[in-house]
Write a protein that binds this ligand. Structure first.
Ligand code: IMP
Length: 429
């Protein structure tokens, strides 16, 4: 059974890029199944740091094929920019290594303008999107008026369709009091990029099924996280795709019986970018300590937007839910080292909503906003653990903290990381 799915168990930014990078050592194919260049996956290899938005992290391993599946949304200009940057850094990103699904959807300049307009129109209730046009692109897809990437193979049709999409969006933009886009100028760069991307386009579902049938090991690289999932997240403060395990099957087009491993990735505390409920959010000194100053690339500032992330205690309620909806076979915990030096640590084990205790996140934003965390307090540890390489060398309090997380989610903890480097991962199981 050769497919492994990697899923973010919180609000994104859990460190999935690093986990994918580690598991790629045993993979033949790495495939992204949802989202677009709203994602920001940071991978540290030796002294180099790679920031990837669309291209799967597997590209950093020689001989691994990478796929952007039908569930993704592609901005051709940004895609090409990322490819060019990787090539400049000496990475082979030829079409034999990177494939884009002809069924993925295209993000046009119209989608980006509409994303901005919709966020402005929401005012105080803004989602805090990455402004990459993700929501409007998926809206067009489900509204059956999107543009499939396969259209890029037809220069004229693609140019006409992008022009039309911009002109149509201009009507909406002007009606809402926003400046229209210059259709000719904005479409130009897209059309040039589309032409260069033609060799990368293929029927990726067929490719993946052929690979799986031949026994290849496919790693499905999730983006965002469970609480940003359109169905399971804090709707409406979510992204517009399915970053959970089910999304890997529809977003790549293969059957569930190929999957034998679902790895949930969670940070040892909570972070969130953008708006929306975050019951365990902290402010002041404690939040600043979790966030870091921003000097280190793994401090809590967005890879895509540079925004400081909101930080808080670990939320066991959402971890428990995430583990269930994706069927985690194991949890991979990241950034345990950041918790060194805290006198005590808290984990939310339930929420209280109007005097009632609940052990799963409520489904409506109305209830979520009133949810108060019910905490369990555990002793902290003072030692710097970033040089620890074996579980036996972790302080007892750190081991107890990790064990408690596994118990709360009823999920095996397979590994924990104590820093961003490949060698700073401690296998536990
Ligand atoms: P969108 O995906 O740009 O529409 O943004 C919707 C919500 O998802 C916003 O709260 C974003 O901050 C959040 N989001 C989208 N992508 C990521 C990510 O890769 N990491 C963390 N949050 C994200």
């Amino acid at each position: 059974m050769p497919a492994t799915i990697i899923v973010g168990a919180q609000w994104g930014d859990e460190g999935k890029g690093g986990v994918t990078d580690r598991l790629t050592a045993n993979a033949d194919v790495v495939a992204r199944f949802a989202g677009g260049d709203n994602a920001g996956h940071t991978v540290a290899v030796d002294d180099k740091v790679y920031k990837l938005h669309l291209v799967p992290s597997g590209i950093l391993y020689d001989g691994v094929a990478c796929v952007l599946g039908n569930g993704t949304v592609i901005n051709p200009v940004n895609m090409l920019k990322e490819i060019d940057e990787l090539v400049e850094q000496g990475i082979d990103v030829s079409p034999t290594r990177l494939m884009i699904s002809t069924r993925a959807h295209i993000i046009t300049p119209a989608h980006i303008a509409l994303d901005r307009a919709s966020e402005k129109a929401r005012g105080e209730g803004a989602i805090g999107t990455t402004l990459r046009g993700i929501g409007p692109a998926y809206l067009d897809k489900t509204g059956r008026q999107g543009i499939r990437a396969g259209l890029m193979l037809d220069d004229e049709e693609f140019a006409d369709t992008v022009h039309n999409a911009i002109e149509q969006a201009n009507q909406t933009l002007t009606a809402q009091g926003f400046d229209p886009l210059d259709a000719q100028a904005t479409a130009e760069a897209y059309i040039t990029a589309a032409k260069r991307l033609q060799p990368y386009l293929t029927e990726t579902a067929v490719y993946i099924n052929d690979q799986l049938r031949d026994g290849a090991r496919v790693l499905c690289e999730g983006a965002q996280g469970t609480m940003l999932d359109i169905d399971h997240g804090d709707y409406p403060f979510v992204t517009s795709s399915s970053p959970t395990a089910g999304g890997a099957l529809t977003g790549l087009g293969f059957g569930p019986l190929y999957v034998d491993r679902v790895v949930g990735v969670a940070k040892c505390f909570a972070t969130r970018v953008g708006s929306g409920p975050m019951p365990t959010e902290l402010d002041g000194e404690l939040a600043n300590r979790l966030r870091g100053s921003g000097e280190r690339f793994w401090d809590e500032f967005g890879t895509t937007t540079g925004r400081p992330r909101r930080c808080g205690w670990l939320d066991g309620v959402i971890l428990r839910y995430s583990s269930q909806v994706s069927g985690f076979t194991e949890l991979f915990l990241t950034k345990l080292d950041v918790l060194s030096g805290f006198e005590e640590l808290k984990i939310a084990v339930a929420y209280e909503v109007d005097g009632q205790q609940v052990s799963y996140p409520p489904s409506t934003i109305h209830d979520l906003q009133r949810a108060k965390p019910v905490y369990e307090t555990l002793p902290g540890w003072q030692e710097d653990i970033s040089a620890v390489r074996s579980p036996d060398d972790l302080p007892q309090a750190a081991r107890d903290y990790v064990q408690r997380i596994g118990e709360i989610c009823d999920t095996l903890v397979g590994a924990v990381s104590v820093g961003p480097k490949r060698e700073q991962v401690i296998p536990l199981a």
